[in-house]
Ligand binder design. Sequence first.
Ligand code: AMP
Ligand code: ZN
Length: 139
Amino acid sequence: MKDDTCIFCKIANGEIPSATVYEDEMFRVILDMGPASRGHALILPKNHFSDVCALDEETSSKVLALGAKIGAAMKKSLGCDGFNLVQNNGEAAGQTVFHFHMHVIPRYAGGPDMVSWKPGEASAEELAKTAECIRKELE
Ligand code: AMP
Ligand code: ZN
């Protein structure tokens, strides 16, 4: 299923040109136009899903392995020392394009710093309460 108003549907399906690094029947992987580091890529399913909660099983079962494959290729081709797989869901989480995508961000020794957070603090009691809260929803 495609969404005629969605730019990532158009890019994924080749209607808008992109710097493509990989393509198969289900996915196109392109370079991000505002790269966090050299090689920053986006894995786009060819079908439209707004976010991770909307993915079908086939897509979700393949996307992580594809992230690993692209990241491994980046280590060999670009010489990065590691990579982050990042995936934003919802405006509050930083999602700006509402077609599911997974970022593959090469990381080079020496920075820049990114995709990080400042560790907070929580008591064991608070952790237990929060875990219970989520667990109930999953029952
Ligand atoms: P997110 O904030 O997770 O929704 O990520 C959206 C990403 O898509 C950003 O990193 C943008 O730089 C990138 N982006 C938006 N439009 C395009 C485009 N036409 N081609 C390549 N990357 C894009
Ligand atoms: Zn789309």
